[in-house]
Design a protein around this ligand. Structure first.
Ligand SMILES: Nc1nc2c(ncn2[C@@H]2O[C@H](COP(=O)(O)OP(=O)(O)O)[C@@H](O)[C@H]2O)c(=O)[nH]1
Ligand SMILES: [Mg+2]
Length: 364
């Protein structure tokens, strides 16, 4: 399951956004709290294809893909150096596959900004600085261990050189996810769970009065900094969208008039997360269960089999595959799809596509 950690300064609206995503009713506080226990929620991935497949098959059980969200206490200055809640907090972050980075763009005198003013660019820098400090601390720690050893074996020499490269890169104020590395170098860094290596989905938490990003505080600079326009940055209207959870559709339509909210916040966020992480879904359909599964784009038929069960990967023979769109087009019938030649038997190396409906043939 995809695991997303929500980060941001205190009072940036993290818990509010957690509620928008999950409808979970987490405590939203107008002051900077000191809890480190995170709120956790598992959310179904919205997918209209999955919903329709469930209607067509009427199985005993339906299992959508799911994402876990973890809402943490705020990250403050100094956390990366172990101050305050720093280390405990950052260990939660290290577990995440992706970070939802909430940036405060709203004014709210009832919840004064901990830095004294609303300045999204400064806030963006503070958080990323903390993530960078933490990664540097991890690197320094390992480097000093290696430096203490005599006669490093070749793999540790290589590790040392690689960590030195990472360190200089971080000193240039760049993120490790943007450092060009070979697959084996990436793999050797995995155990460090570097925070700046994680994809970020940037959530600009807007005032309901701020329709255009340009009218957000320091909007132009912010846009340049976070590269808005890439699929990894979205705007959310935290408080407004949280209030929408409690009203009728008609009222909601009235509230959101003129705002660029075409789909519910949770859908926008989850689909950005899938895009940022390069994730795709495939489906298995039968009378017992219709289920959506998550893979990384580029994974093959054996990976799909392994996602379902390790036995299926081990005894893999072939995958029967039809795309969702063909299946729908030909009357939701495998027989029709076979006649039309769109139902295929694929081998191990077949690259799974988003929306494939798959049945694994196997022998154990
Ligand atoms: N005006 C306005 N206030 C918000 C918005 N999002 C959050 N708040 C308020 O800011 C305060 C802190 O929100 P919270 O979600 O607890 O922030 P956290 O500390 O980052 O988890 C609460 O009083 C919220 O009602 C927003 O989009 N607009
Ligand atoms: Mg909170």
């Amino acid at each position: 399951m995809l695991h997303c950690g929500i980060v941001g300064l205190p009072l940036s609206g993290k818990s509010t956004i957690f509620n928008v995503i999950t409808g979970a009713g987490a405590e939203v506080k107008p002051y900077a709290g000191g809890r480190i226990d995170p709120n956790r929620a598992v959310v179904d991935v919205p997918d209209s294809r999955f919903d329709r497949l469930a209607q067509v098959h009427r199985p005993k059980k339906t299992t959508p893909a799911q994402v876990e969200f973890v809402d943490l206490a705020g990250l403050s200055r100094g956390a990366g150096k172990g101050e305050g809640l720093g280390n405990a907090f950052l260990s939660f972050v290290a577990d995440a596959d992706a970070l939802i980075h909430v940036i405060r763009c709203f004014n709210n005198p009832d919840a004064p900004h901990p830095e004294g003013s609303v300045d999204p660019v400064r806030d963006w820098d503070i958080i990323n600085m903390e993530l960078t400090y933490r990664d540097l601390a991890v690197i320094e720690n390992r480097l000093s261990k290696l430096a203490g050893k005599k006669n490093l074996p070749p793999e540790e020499k290589a590790e040392q050189a690689l960590l030195e490269r990472c360190k200089s890169w971080l000193f240039e104020e760049k993120f490790l996810k943007d450092l060009e590395l070979t697959d084996s170098e990436r793999r050797s860094l995995r155990g460090f769970t570097f925070l700046t290596e994680k994809p970020q989905i940037i959530v600009l938490n807007m005032d309901e009065s701020t329709v255009e990003l340009a009218s957000a505080p320091n909007g132009a600079a912010l846009e340049a900094r976070v590269g808005l326009g890439r699929d990894t940055a979205i705007t959310l209207y935290g408080r407004l969208e949280m209030d929408l959870l409690d009203v009728s559709d008609d009222e909601a339509a009235e509230f959101t008039q003129g705002l660029p909210i075409d789909r519910p916040g949770r859908e926008r966020l989850i689909s950005s997360a899938y895009a940022a992480l390069g994730l795709i879904s495939f489906f298995t359909c039968g009378p017992d269960e219709v289920r959506a599964w998550t893979l990384h784009d580029g994974e093959n038929a054996v990976d799909a089999a392994g996602a379902i069960h390790s036995d299926l990967a081990r005894g893999f023979i072939r995958a029967q595959v039809v795309s969702y769109s063909d299946y729908e087009k030909f009357g939701d019938s495998y027989a029709n799809c076979r006649d039309e030649g769109v139902l295929k038997l694929e081998g191990r190396d077949y690259r799974v596509k988003d929306g494939d409906i798959i049945e694994i043939r196997f022998n154990v």
